[in-house]
Design a protein around this ligand. Structure first.
Ligand code: NI
Length: 167
């Protein structure tokens, strides 16, 4: 396994739309393992392949307290959405920024697991937020793009300043 570098907003590669995985093979299983290691190390509760500059529809999530419930979704597709919730979100690609975002309360998602088997999952609460946040990444959308333009430009300015200090 290997730790992968995470792209930082506003890197334009975060806006690429990921393509479907054609075959769940050893290459995809290695990607899932590396993404999981990168997510746990960060630490984070979700990571999309887009964030490690791999533009394939793969996400990993673990919202459990003891980090024991790794969920890998390959070619995830949100089939149903219901209700509304507001949750303060953060993102490994937007370090230090936490903002409230309106999302669906419940989602039904269909995906393939790392063995290539299809499954359907009904999620609510934090897991539902996380799935929507990560699927957005695969579509080239970062969570701050749900905020007002003014907030987005403030966040960009703040991150540009941080990058200058750490460069
Ligand atoms: Ni994110």
């Amino acid at each position: 396994m290997a730790l992968l570098p995470i792209l930082r907003y506003p890197d334009p590669r975060l806006h690429k739309k990921a393509t479907e995985v054609d075959a769940v093979d050893d290459g995809i299983r290695k990607l899932v393992a590396d993404m999981a290691e990168t997510m746990y190390e960060a630490p984070g509760i979700g990571l999309a392949a887009t964030q490690v500059d791999v533009h394939k529809r793969v996400i990993v999530i673990d919202v459990s307290e003891d980090k024991s419930k790794l969920l890998a979704l390959i070619n995830p597709e949100i089939l149903e959405r219901d209700g509304e919730q507001v949750c303060e979100e953060g993102c490994l690609s937007v370090p230090g920024v936490y903002e409230k975002v309106v999302r669906s309360e419940r989602v039904t998602v269909r995906a393939f697991d790392p063995q290539g088997a299809p499954f359907t999952l009904e999620a609510d609460g934090l897991l539902a937020v996380c799935i929507q946040h990560e699927v957005d990444h695969l579509d080239g959308k970062v969570f701050v793009e749900h905020l007002s333009r003014l907030k987005q430009s403030r966040i960009k300015a703040r991150l540009a300043k941080q990058a200058r200090i750490t460069a």
